[in-house]
Design a protein around this ligand. Sequence first.
Ligand SMILES: *Cc1c(COP(=O)(O)O)cnc(C)c1O
Ligand SMILES: [Zn+2]
Length: 471
Amino acid sequence: MSPEELSKISGIELAPSHEGRVVYRCIGCGESFELENLLYTCPSCSSLLRIVDEKFDELKKRSGEEWRRVFDLRRSLDIDGLKGIFLFHELILPSVPLEDVVYLGEGHTPVIKANGELSEWLGEEFSIKNDGQNPSASFKDRGMASAISFLNNYIKTKNPEQVLGICASTGDTSAAAALYLSHLPKDAVKSVVLLPKGKVTPQQLAQPLSSGATVVEIPGVFDDCMKIVEQLAENYEVFLLNSKNPARICGQKSFAYETAQQLGWDTKGLVVAVPIGNAGNVTAIMEGFIDLKNLGVIEELPLILGVQSHHANPVAKWRDSGSYVPMTVEPSVAQAAMIGNPVSFPKVRGLVEDYFKDNFCAVTVTEQEIMDTMLHVNRHGHVVCTQGGEAVAGLKRALKEGRVPRGARYVTDSTSHQLKFAGFQDDYFAGKLEEGFGVRSREELINRPVGMEADAVRIAAGLGLKARAKG
Ligand SMILES: *Cc1c(COP(=O)(O)O)cnc(C)c1O
Ligand SMILES: [Zn+2]
């Protein structure tokens, strides 16, 4: 149905008309900057930037009830530029016209209810939002869709010389960046990713290679790659595609919008568990819920539960002790979250102080809990990655330690697809995770192929089948 037809039936205008006044706003000094230039930090004080709509309050002309209807009705439209995360166009990047939106199938990932057995194991009913079901198989596609749409609009309106899109990555950012950049005209953009050699999985390495990006491997860990990319972004004309780029955060807010929508907009007593690495995702999720609350689309902010491994937990330590100390990471199976100095930490701190005071909690889990939980969850109808396992493990622990209320509603974020991290499962089954990770393989979770002869009778015997009674 066209928006006009649907608008006529529903009596509500569905096509976006709000362009807003979208600017960069410094989280330190509060100064605003036009979108004319590509900025990642404040030119005055070097703090992080946020992209804000100075005319956001004009959106309040519509009631929360009306916005809920707009977003619900838009789901039955099939209009370019209003799909995926841009269904929430007014809240993401209203300055980007629909024709400049790049859509590759991201967003609207399913919220899957845990079955009875799994809920009993956790101690509460809960659901997993599977962001592994995005085009490059991680939530990073949400932010990449907004950042690349922003870039597409920038290229069309400013006609710059060829833009070099670049990012540092623990694997999934580069997969998403390379995918979305490859959709833009080749004469307009070039695509480069920087990876810590040996610290991304073979699947994640295959992804930017397949999208045709230049893949630069350097020694060290993610934090080392990030430092180099930051220097490049400061001193050369490049388009930074890390979550330091506020245009990424805009799109990643859609996780919050969708979760609220999938719960019928009822976020009362909701707990959302998220693994934290560079802290871009948790920042975006908090900002997304704040937008909805500001518009009256939801009544209450949920409780956000950040989860980290004991091998990389600066945010959880900060939440417990009150002081933030960047740390040197140790190997983690939640490799995509293995970050000792999260770039977006100042944003998290600000959001917690201003909005989520008692509604933000962070918990540390062990590598053992992460692996065991991932394997256990996947034996119950899910396809969560190690970080997705980490989120569930964090929820389990938080319930046990009384950090989150009982009897609430719980949604955990599985940030990528299980298959990206299949190597950790292989290593667990082979008992190879002891060293470095400190993970012991539990017999009941090990699963291996069983070799048998190509003979039905022997296979039946091997499987303990009873022969059918002949009659
Ligand atoms: C990037 C990533 C994370 C961490 O998200 P941040 O925004 O860096 O905190 C977690 N899980 C997966 C699968 C990721 O790719
Ligand atoms: Zn500033």
